[in-house]
Design a protein. Structure first.
Length: 135
């Protein structure tokens, strides 16, 4: 049971990290899109060459950050999948063990009932057919 609980916690932590990383990715993409739109608006007006380079450099850095974040997200997806597999394997094992325990208990109960029935049959037979006494 402890293994299953531990695996469930690990899976939960991995999924939370993935969600945080997804939010970071969304924010990076939004910021890049907003910055790109700002560049387009600035280009519609008068924009000096050095300002254009600054915008473009920033967009390149944002694109690289998004690419890195994509790689990190991909790695985290693998971590989540591994954690999910560990949890499912441990949970399956616990369920199988539980089923074995129940089956064993049921078999023991059937055995006890048979023993009781056998004892009752012997008792009934001994009362109905008393052992003949030898002279």
């Amino acid at each position: 049971r402890n293994d299953v609980d531990c695996a469930a916690r690990e899976l939960g932590q991995a999924l939370r990290r993935q969600e945080t990383m997804n939010r970071q990715m969304i924010e990076l993409v939004r910021y890049r899109d907003s910055y790109r739109q700002e560049l387009q608006q600035a280009m519609a007006g008068s924009l000096r060459g050095d300002q254009t380079r600054t915008y473009r450099n920033m967009l390149e850095r944002l694109d690289r950050a998004i690419e890195r974040q994509g790689g990190i997200l991909s790695d985290q997806a693998g971590v989540c999948e591994s954690a999910r597999s560990r949890y499912l394997e441990r949970h399956s094992r616990l369920q199988a063990l539980g089923q074995l325990i129940v089956a064993r208990q049921e078999a023991q109960q059937v055995h006890r009932i048979r023993l009781e029935q056998h004892s009752l049959d012997d008792l009934v037979q001994s009362r109905w057919h008393p052992v003949e006494q030898l002279p």
